[in-house]
Design a protein around this ligand. Structure first.
Ligand SMILES: [Zn+2]
Length: 388
């Protein structure tokens, strides 16, 4: 026993057998494995990135894994969220994650935080962990995680994915930059589509989450060169990996000037209006799918506009709808008749709410948003229309 092992938990015989391929790597060894056993890692999110993170960190023998999530497993998750199985659809992601992780490695202590991470609870939750891993898919939580990590002095292993592209870095270490050094301000709401809107290749979170897990383990073991001060950019389509240097910004309001001393309202910071409905459709005139169906049956004189993309109409459509993708709405204004009633729909009701606002701003008075979009149309009116 060397002095460095003092205070680290011992490994049982079955753990020594389980981790033998780690124990024979000189950089890990008994000491490293005992460090992993002593470690406490927090995963923000049990989704696409959280899946490989949870599986590999558990398999590697990280002693305590905390997971923050409040979502329920949905059928559309299964294409990439390999923590969850078909039998788990409808279950809380945390319950599903716990069962799967304990099957992978019963030695791991899983701590569940079934809540949305907020400014009110973030410091309290993150404080208890050595390394925080950001597996979120939205800007408010990403800035919240960054800021809480800077305030607490916890390393933040960052990852993000979209379609065929991903990024990873390590933020908020003592000498390295933070997420705000890279992105001072969030993009305007609606400019950057989410994976739910824009899609993501199913294996991409596997690639990026596995890179995050690797960085997390290196941080815990104190080995190698981590992504501190570097942003890894992955393009799966051309299969190119490159890193760009990141500098700590002395003017960064978080880690540079420290002018931000406490957590703020991140929804507001990211331009998300508090009065908007969860689907973003708040505040515009709406029509329910049943009322639209009645209108179509009566052969009312009105225009039904579909503001989704052409490839979405290939998946599911409402008969009689005219396709005008949201990005082309402005140029199509001249082809629309403001004297007629117009019903606008999209997938879930968020983009069509934006379209209704655009039309209202252009002087259209008789415009309605289809509440819940084609998804609710499928639920309430026509189950033969597939949901996606
Ligand atoms: Zn910074």
């Amino acid at each position: 026993m060397t002095a460095t092992l003092t205070g680290l938990p011992a490994l049982e015989h079955d753990e020594i057998l389980r981790y033998s391929r780690h124990l024979i790597i000189p950089n890990v060894g008994m000491e490293g494995q005992r460090r992993l056993k002593a470690a406490r890692v927090l995963l923000i999110g049990a989704g696409g990135l959280g899946s490989p993170l949870g599986l590999y960190l558990a398999a590697a023998g990280v002693g305590t894994l905390g997971i923050v999530d409040f979502d329920v497993v949905d059928a559309t998750n299964l294409q990439r969220q390999i923590l969850h199985g078909t039998k788990d659809v409808g279950r809380p992601k945390l319950a599903s994650a716990r069962d799967r992780i304990q099957d992978v490695n019963p030695h791991v202590n899983v701590e569940l935080h079934e809540t949305r991470l907020t400014s009110a609870n973030a410091l309290e939750i993150l404080r208890e962990y050595d390394v925080v891993i950001d597996g979120t898919d939205n800007f408010p939580t990403r800035y919240l995680t960054n800021d809480a990590c800077v305030l607490l002095g916890k390393p933040n292993v960052y990852g993000s994915i979209f379609r065929f592209e991903g990024q990873a870095s390590v933020f908020a270490t003592a000498d390295g930059p933070c997420y705000r050094c890279l992105f001072r301000e969030p993009p305007p709401p609606g400019l950057v589509p989410s994976c739910a809107e824009g899609g993501v290749l199913g294996v991409l979170p596997g690639l990026i989450g596995t890179i995050q897990a690797t960085e997390g383990i290196k941080l815990l073991l104190g080995i190698g060169e981590t992504l501190v001060g570097r942003l890894l950019l992955v393009d799966a389509l051309s299969m190119k990996f490159r890193t760009v240097k990141l500098r700590k910004d002395p003017d960064c309001p978080m880690c540079g000037t420290h002018e931000i001393r406490e957590l703020i309202d991140y929804e507001q910071f990211c331009g998300i209006l508090p009065d908007a409905a969860p689907d973003g459709g708040g505040g515009v005139p709406e029509i329910t799918p049943s009322d639209l169906a009645a209108k179509l049956r009566r052969r009312d004189d009105f225009d039904l506009i579909d503001v989704r993309e052409p490839y979405e109409q290939d998946i599911a459509r409402i008969d009689g709808a005219r396709l005008v993708p949201l990005g082309t709405l402005t140029e199509a204004l001249g082809t629309l008749d403001s004297a007629r009633d117009i019903v606008v729909h999209c997938r879930s009701g968020a983009r069509s709410a934006k379209a209704v606002r655009q039309l209202q701003a252009a002087g259209f008075r008789r415009v309605w948003n289809l509440a819940g979009g084609i998804l609710r149309w499928s639920d309430d009116v026509d189950p033969s229309v597939p949901k996606y």
